[in-house]
Design a protein around this ligand. Structure first.
Ligand SMILES: C=CC1=C(C)c2cc3[nH]c(cc4nc(cc5[nH]c(cc1n2)c(C)c5CCC(=O)O)C(CCC(=O)O)=C4C)c(C)c3C=C
Ligand SMILES: [Fe+2]
Ligand SMILES: [Fe+2]
Length: 325
């Protein structure tokens, strides 16, 4: 028997994932896995199974496939491409014999289980799981933890585990996003208002103890403070309502329709809850919601991209690996 060499850490950046292709069949497969996760939809299983199979999966995939087609690139889904490029840069800069770095998706491929097993094969004695969600939600972050915990059940020799639940007020995160806004202002000038759009959630989840709503509020307020914005110069909104239940408010679309009526016709829009650009930012925010704002009488709508694979994002990842809990 040989001894395991001491002191090797494995880091896994984890994001939501995308369909294998923007074809309806692949989108249906992806949505079946995603929306079948009890963390994402909390209804009783038999009831949700019926709704999902009778009312969602026969219709939604075709509509979503169109949306995916509008943002798909030669290299694939922006969410996966950016997440992997970020990982490659981090690896090239800081990876080595004592630090293995890789990237996995919660739904679709590359799977979280495969990547955890690859790290195990490399003999790491600590695994750092870093979900690419600055704000914790049971629907996203906890769902990643479920897979890690379930995978570990089968491991005889469990390594140390550090799971980074959130980094919504980490100074390095706030600074990196604020810097990206300032750079945008330097190039394009500052609009009358900065709209910060976060992915929505069913409102009930907050009552049930999900801290996501409060973490979004905290991130937005810290960003506004760092940028020296007065209250009238920024607004937090929630996008991507799904289904009929009440979601977190204010709804992005309603605010965009209202702003021109309040004589605010010139806005910058940023999505601080998304680490990399994806369907939700590129199609919904940068394309569809722009039309909503312009049709309501808005004049200028500038979308500020996510941190994506920028050097600032690579440094943020390193800082989180070093300091976040
Ligand atoms: C950033 C955090 C996210 C939270 C919180 C979140 C909750 C949540 N989402 C849905 C339903 C859908 N989301 C979809 C896509 C999608 N969602 C996130 C992030 C969060 N979701 C991302 C990054 C993406 C994009 C994936 C990509 O490939 O680019 C979709 C699929 C597309 C569509 O059909 O619109 C659905 C559906 C629910 C129900 C939910 C919380 C309950
Ligand atoms: Fe979502
Ligand atoms: Fe959406």
């Amino acid at each position: 028997m040989s001894e395991t060499p001491a002191g090797k850490t494995g880091v896994l950046l984890v994001n939501l994932g995308s369909p294998a292709s923007p074809k309806t069949g692949d989108v249906r497969r992806f949505l079946r896995e995603f929306l079948g996760d009890p963390r994402v939809v909390n209804l009783p299983r038999p009831l949700w199974w019926l709704i999902l199979n009778l009312f969602v999966l026969p219709f939604r995939p075709r509509k979503s496939a169109h949306a995916y087609q509008s943002i798909w690139t030669e290299q694939g889904s922006p969410l996966i491409v950016f997440s992997q490029r970020l990982t490659e840069k981090l690896k090239a800069r800081y990876g080595g014999p004592s630090l293995a770095i890789d990237c996995a998706m919660r739904y679709g491929a590359p799977t979280l289980r495969d990547k955890l097993r690859e790290l195990k094969k490399q003999g790491v004695d600590e695994i750092v799981v870093l979900p690419l969600y600055p704000q914790y939600s049971s629907t996203t972050t906890a769902s990643i933890f479920d897979i890690v915990a379930d995978e570990f059940i089968h491991w005889r020799h469990m390594p140390g585990l550090r799971f980074i639940s959130d980094f919504h007020r980490h100074p390095a995160y706030i600074a990196a996003v604020a810097d990206s806004v300032r750079r945008h202002w330097q190039q394009h000038g500052q609009a009358e208002m900065l709209v910060m759009s976060f992915h929505g959630l069913p409102a009930k989840l907050t009552e049930w103890g999900d801290p996501y709503y409060y973490q979004c509020q905290a991130s937005a307020r810290l960003l506004a403070e760092q940028l020296g914005l007065a209250d009238a110069q920024w607004k937090l909104v929630f996008q991507s309502r799904f289904g009929r239940a009440e979601w977190l408010k204010p709804y992005c679309v309603e605010v965009l329709q209202e702003l021109p009526r309040q004589a605010i016709k010139n806005i910058d829009v940023i999505c601080p809850g998304f680490s990399v650009d994806c369907l939700e930012t590129l199609e919904e925010i940068a394309l569809a919601n722009r039309e909503v704002f312009l049709e309501a009488g808005g004049e200028s709508y500038r979308y500020i991209p996510c941190l994506n694979d920028s050097d600032a994002h690579v440094e943020l990842m390193l800082e989180l690996i070093r300091t976040a809990r």
